[in-house]
Design a protein around this ligand. Sequence first.
Ligand code: CU
Length: 282
Amino acid sequence: MLYQLPRIMIVASALLAFPGATATAAHDVAISQAWSRATPKGAKVASGYLTIENHGAQSDRLLSASSPAAAKLEIHQMSMQDGIMTMRPLDDGLAIPADAIVTLAPGGDHIMFVGLTGPFEEGQRIPVSLNFARSGRIDTIFEVGSIGAKGPRLQIASIEPPPVAAASPVKAAPVDESFFTHICGTRVMADVTITPGRRGPVEVLVQLEDGDEKPLAVVALSVTLSNPDRNIAPVTAAAERVAADKWRVRMTAASSGKWSLSLGIDMKKDDRIDIAAPILVE
Ligand SMILES: [Cu+2]
C-alpha cells in the first residue's frame, strides 16, 4: 500500500508550543504527540494516542484512520454506563470542536490498531492517515515507545523525511471462525476471542492486560452475555484460568446479531472492575 509522506511545515513558534506538530497550510487541524507502545509477542492489537488541535473557527470530525501497519484502525470511546466502563467503536467519528485541543491518552479515548501486520517495536515509526470531515486526509507518524510507556517520547522535530516504514504489503487480518474484540478500560484491557463467532455454543477466551498493556493476573473473571434487543436474559458464567493472564469459559449465544459482552474482573478482594463492549455473532 502506498502512503504519502506528510508534508511537514515547521514554524518556529509552533515548534516551541507543540513539539513535533505536523500541519499543512491547507487546514486548521494539526496533529502532534502521536504515539503508541511496543506490543508483546503475538499481540493482535495496539492502542494509539495523539493530540488533535483545531485552530479553526469551525468544528471538525475525525471520521476514520488507516495504516499499512494494521488491517483496520478504529476510534474507541470509553464511557461509564451504570457503573460499567464501556468501550465502543465510534462509527460516526470523534468530534473535534472549534478552537479546541482534543487529546487521546491512556485511560480515555484512543485509536485502536486491529489486526497488526507485525509487532510494534520500540523506536518504530508507524505511518497513519487520518480522515477528517472538513480537513480531509492528514498523514502523520505514530512513534512507538517502550512496552508500558506512559506517554509520548520526547519528539525531536526534524525535517528529514521519515524512513519508509511499511515495505511489506498489507496482510488482511487472519480469516478464521472467531470473533475478536479488544475491550479497553482505564485500569484493564482485554483481548476477547469468541470461537466460533456464530450462534450456539461458543468458547470465550480472555487475555488481560493492565492499563499499560502488560500481562495482568487477577483473582477471578466472569463473562456476561446479554442481548436486550431480543429480550434474552443476561447469562453470566465464571471463567477458568488457563494461564496467569488468560481465562476461558464456554457459554451459549442463542441468536445471531449484536450482543453485549461484559467482563466482571476481580482485581483483588473487594476491588472489582466491570468493562463491556458490543460483539457481533453470526
Ligand atoms: Cu480500544
